[in-house]
Design a protein around this ligand. Structure first.
Ligand SMILES: *Cc1c(COP(=O)(O)O)cnc(C)c1O
Length: 385
């Protein structure tokens, strides 16, 4: 049996909705499917104004514009994240300031943020790794004390919660991804959530390429014109039609991913107790969406040996980010605040197991069996010697 790392899920309604989009004779952005997706997201995400974008990256770039960042402004973020968490701000000339993560959730260590704040700090980007919430209460308290904007990189966090609040509804702004590797997807896709009502009008102008076209469509002005910065951030209607089918399937997709996640978690409990590995932690009050199941191995060498072992048994596993602070562009454009030992450890030892909608109990059991064989081998073999 071969178990791929990911399989793209298509629920069934996608083609029918795309045919309706074709029949609508509206394939560019901001059409009926875009509006229906936005309404669905606003309904599920606490009511903040939501705009579909062609990616989470685009939504993060809109966040950087809305934050009015300029050269030398500083943005606190983790280094253990995807590249565009940083590039969106670097495009405005801002400096990413990397703060270490917690060893249990791999999210920003909320106790270390304040020490990284300077006169130039303007925002904190909280990444919800694996769809598990960063400690938003503590992060927002720091932000309030220093007058900083809070931006949630909720790219992985659709339908996750923090103390009964949906992720992406808590920060001033949030970015969600619908890339094909995420729980719900449209190939490429994303959304910007604006939880600060005073930023919504400007967000719509940026989204409409710097024009007041939204006000024109609402009948608030009689012609539309160039009024501000902007770019092309909208997805076309075929993408939105595909996405709507995924959103409507969202609870079922999440439930099945969580089942696989919990099967893994139960299976590796004894190995964690024996000190062979670490499992992901989900703090009290966090409801996650089963986006990623990962293990932390004792060393970089044992992780390589594990990935090789799994591959020999036809199971695809993947490590994750090369920490941004250690990347060439991270060194050129950013700086680190304090030591990043937990970041380095996650970069070196974290491995992700296959997890996708449609993965059956047989496949999950196979991954668990093959992994267990590895961890029961003599320690020298596990260490890759
Ligand atoms: C996937 C991801 C992104 C980028 O999403 P796109 O939709 O591909 O632009 C950004 N940040 C994080 C944490 C991600 O996981």
């Amino acid at each position: 049996m071969r178990v791929p790392f990911n399989q793209i899920h298509i629920g069934g309604q996608e083609i029918g909705y795309i045919q309706r989009a074709l029949a609508n004779q509206h394939l560019s952005g901001h059409g009926p499917f875009t509006r229906t997706c936005q309404d669905w997201l606003q309904g599920r995400l606490g009511g903040g104004r939501t705009l579909l974008t062609h990616s989470a990256t685009a939504a993060l770039e809109m966040c950087a514009l809305l934050a009015d960042l300029g050269p030398g402004d500083e943005v606190i973020m983790p280094s253990f994240t995807f590249v565009t968490t940083a590039t969106a701000f670097v495009l405005r000339g801002a400096v990413p300031v990397f703060v270490d993560i917690r060893p249990d959730t791999q999210n920003l260590d909320e106790t270390r943020i304040e020490a990284a704040v300077t006169e130039r700090t303007r925002a904190i980007v909280a990444v919800h790794y694996a769809g598990v919430a960063a400690e938003m209460d503590a992060i927002q308290a720091v932000a309030r004390r220093h007058g900083l904007l809070v931006i949630e990189d909720a790219a992985q966090a659709i339908l996750s919660e923090y103390h009964d609040r949906p992720l992406a509804s808590i920060g001033d702004l949030a970015a969600i991804s619908f890339h094909e590797t995420k729980n719900l997807h449209s190939g490429e896709g994303g959304a910007l959530v604006i939880n600060r009502p005073d930023l919504a009008a400007r967000a719509e102008i940026l989204w409409e390429k710097g024009t007041n076209r939204s006000q024109f469509l609402n009948g608030q002005v009689d012609k539309y014109t160039w009024v501000d910065l902007g770019s092309s951030f909208q997805p076309g209607e075929m993408t939105a039609a595909f996405l709507l089918a995924q959103l409507e399937d969202g609870d079922a997709i999440t439930a099945q991913r969580l089942k696989t996640w919990h099967d893994y978690h139960a299976a590796f409990a004894d190995l964690e107790r024996d000190g062979r590995l670490h499992r992901p932690a989900v703090p009290a009050g966090c409801r996650h969406n089963g986006h990623i199941y990962y293990l932390l191995l004792p060393s970089r060498e044992s992780r390589s040996a594990f990935i090789d072992h799994m591959r020999r048994h036809q199971v695809d596993t993947l490590f994750h980010y090369v920490p941004l602070h250690s990347a060439p562009a991270g060194q050129r454009f950013g700086r680190s605040a304090g030591t990043l030992a937990n970041t380095q450890r996650a970069g070196d030892t974290l491995v992700r197991l296959p997890l996708w909608r449609g993965m059956g109990a047989r496949e999950t059991a196979h991954v668990i069996d093959v992994a267990t064989v590895f961890f029961r081998m003599p320690a020298t073999l596990q260490a890759g010697e």
